[in-house]
Design a protein around this ligand. Structure first.
Ligand code: AMP
Ligand code: MG
Length: 328
């Protein structure tokens, strides 16, 4: 997806998990527990599946199927793969697309409405203008930016039957929501394929399932190491931070999350971590709450089952405030 591989290396190493790999191998003759912990590259980052189930063969097959599905969805929604539905749609403006792409677009439009437009899948021209796709960063001129703002509005995306219609000059970037959707889909596959508990981690978009309580480390936004450890059961967590893809000019930091209303990268927080029932919600709301600043805190309070940690820099150190349900 939009997070490209060069950036992922830092993210992959730093957004790590605590206490996730130490399963005990139980190997009683009649009740064999099989464990997996595998990582592949996907969605411009690493994609890790770990979990356990009773039947070794079933678990192995299920994990293979899950990774195949992950690669399929990555190709379908990438902004970088020629044959992806997103690239073809951006080029042709009106094409029939698969049911799951329509479903994802509809969900993203609903999230646009729920966040007052802070989350907007039509930010593509802005992300491109600032150079965040290929790390060719630049400060755009104001008229150029104003001109592009006309092309950024999720209301100009319509799903009609099996066809998606884009308004004039409108281009999609599903990067703020596709990874979360994929993680949910993979968890569904793992559960239906005999895994009783596990964790899926797509470059920091994480969902855990089963009865176990998992300890998840949240990366410190300004240095190596962990700023907070969360205890989670059957939930998802996602972090949007200004350290993932950014550049600095004149001591000011410009990051890859853009306010669709102004066209400028936002900097109210250094990171926002969202805990939600699904990875789709965690992923999208982390991006949206990052954009919304203090208004995001108000929005969050009205969202059932969703909690967040807002991190900001005060007196040269990072402080966090917790809103809603965060830990188990
Ligand atoms: P995340 O790192 O999950 O917050 O996702 C950020 C990605 O979503 C960026 O790399 C862009 O591709 C895209 N994006 C940036 N700003 C927005 C926004 N306001 N709404 C939706 N997607 C965005
Ligand atoms: Mg996100």
């Amino acid at each position: 997806m939009t997070r490209k591989v060069p950036g992922f290396i830092i993210g992959a190493v730093q957004r790590f998990l605590l206490g996730t790999v130490f399963f005990l191998l139980v190997d009683a003759c009649s009740n064999r527990i099989h464990e997996v912990d595998q990582t592949e590259i996907g969605f411009g980052s690493y994609f890790r599946i770990c979990g356990r189930g009773k039947k070794a063969d079933e678990v192995r097959k299920t994990v293979r199927r899950a990774f195949a599905e992950m690669h399929r969805l990555d190709t379908l929604w990438s902004n970088f793969v020629e044959k992806s539905e997103v690239v073809r749609l951006n080029r042709a403006r009106t094409i029939p697309v698969s049911a799951e792409t329509r479903n994802l677009i509809e969900k993203a439009i609903a999230l646009g409405a729920a966040t007052g437009g802070a989350f907007d899948i039509t930010v593509e021209p802005l992300v491109r203008l600032w150079g965040f796709y290929d790390h060719s960063y630049r400060l755009p001129e104001s008229p150029e930016l104003k001109n592009l703002l006309r092309r950024v509005d999720y209301h100009q995306v319509a799903v009609r039957g099996d066809t998606v219609v884009l308004g004039d000059g409108v281009n999609l970037d599903l990067g703020g929501v596709a990874v979360g959707y994929a993680v949910d889909r993979i968890v569904e596959i793992l559960l239906s394929g005999g895994l009783s508990e596990g964790l899926v981690d797509a470059g920091g978009d994480i969902r855990v399932f089963g009865d176990r309580v998992w300890r998840i480390g949240i990366q410190h936004p300004r240095r190596e190491g962990v700023i907070r450890v969360l205890k989670l059961k059957n939930r998802a967590v996602s972090t949007s931070g200004d350290y993932e893809n950014f550049f600095e000019v004149g001591g000011r930091r410009y990051c890859h999350i853009i306010d669709p209303k102004t066209g400028y990268p936002v900097s109210h927080w250094v990171a926002v971590t969202v805990i939600a029932p699904s990875a789709l919600e965690a992923d999208a709301y982390a991006t949206a709450l990052f954009v919304l600043g203090d208004n995001g805190v108000e929005l969050l309070q009205a969202l059932p089952g969703v909690g967040a940690l807002f991190f900001e820099v005060r007196d040269n150190s990072v402080v966090g405030k917790e809103v809603g349900l965060v830990d188990e």
